[in-house]
Design a protein around this ligand. Structure first.
Ligand SMILES: [Zn+2]
Length: 267
């Protein structure tokens, strides 16, 4: 074998190896390792609780000050990938901070609106699940909506939406609210292991965007200090915006201030 042939024989495998390394998606590789770690830590655990306020879920701001957290969900449903522009325009005009829990499906359906919302420092973007599934380790359902069926599915529901939001906003959500707000306590532990807190609510502000303007207003007026109020931003046909618009001036007169969840932390 002459030197030229020898070099060629050696160079080709090295070039192929370098080409192979260059084509590995290292981010995806790390993510699948993280998923395996979560699956092996939690698979086989049997959940004891199921509902909106299972062990470990946060429902209040961690303060006794006269503050309220308005939270608006962008869910997924047959008629519910829309956007309540009137509601958000009011918050922007009045400079009212709020926290938005956004599902992955809603992001996909409203890319331009999502971009605009995430660029607004008044608004905090948080995680409402990739496919808006109730967060179950064993496939439980609620309101006819099928929940996740395994630890791996819970990982995808939480983490794939977190990564979607991270890619679009350069910020990874700190908080997760399950689709329908239902979960078991293992889901909460999995979320915590992924570095996020699970947040539901202490006041039902619009009951799935079904309340009348008057009911929304009364729910807000009756909210005690440090409440986390759950409402919706994906039902422009509802009376949620009207109720909020009527409630806020009176709440301000009573000395209430509105804050994002991250301002005080949660309990
Ligand atoms: Zn929802």
């Amino acid at each position: 074998m002459n030197l030229y042939t020898y070099q060629t024989k050696l160079t080709m495998p090295i070039l192929l190896f370098v080409f192979f390394l260059g084509n590995i998606d290292w981010g995806q590789c790390q993510e699948s390792l993280a998923k395996e770690r979560i699956i092996s830590a939690f698979t086989g655990r049997v959940p004891q609780e199921w509902g909106e306020s299972v062990g470990g879920i946060k429902t209040r701001l961690n303060t006794d000050q006269k503050v309220l957290a308005l939270t608006f969900d962008a869910c997924v449903g047959p008629r519910s990938l829309s956007y309540d522009a009137k509601l958000i325009q009011y918050l922007e005009a009045e400079k009212i901070p709020a926290t938005l829990f956004i599902s992955g499906r809603w992001v996909d359906a409203n890319p331009e609106i999502f971009k605009k919302l995430s660029g607004n420092p008044l608004l905090e973007i948080e995680n409402h699940g990739l496919n808006h599934k109730p967060c179950s380790t064993i496939g439980r359902s609620v309101y006819g909506i099928k929940g996740t069926k395994s630890v791996g599915e819970i990982y995808d529901e939480i983490e794939l939406n977190a990564l979607k939001i991270l890619n679009l906003t350069d910020r990874k959500p700190k908080y997760y609210r399950p689709g329908t707000a239902y979960s078991d306590e293992i889901c909460v532990e999995i979320a915590n292991a992924l570095g996020v807190e699970v947040v539901n609510f202490s006041v039902r502000g619009d009951a799935g965007a079904t309340y009348s303007k008057k009911q929304v207003k009364e729910a807000l007026w009756n909210a005690p200090p440090s409440s986390i109020i759950l409402m919706h931003m994906n039902h422009p046909e509802s009376e949620t915006a009207e109720g909020v618009i009527e409630a806020i001036p009176e709440l301000k007169k009573r000395g209430f201030r509105f804050v994002k969840l991250s301002e005080y932390g949660l309990r």
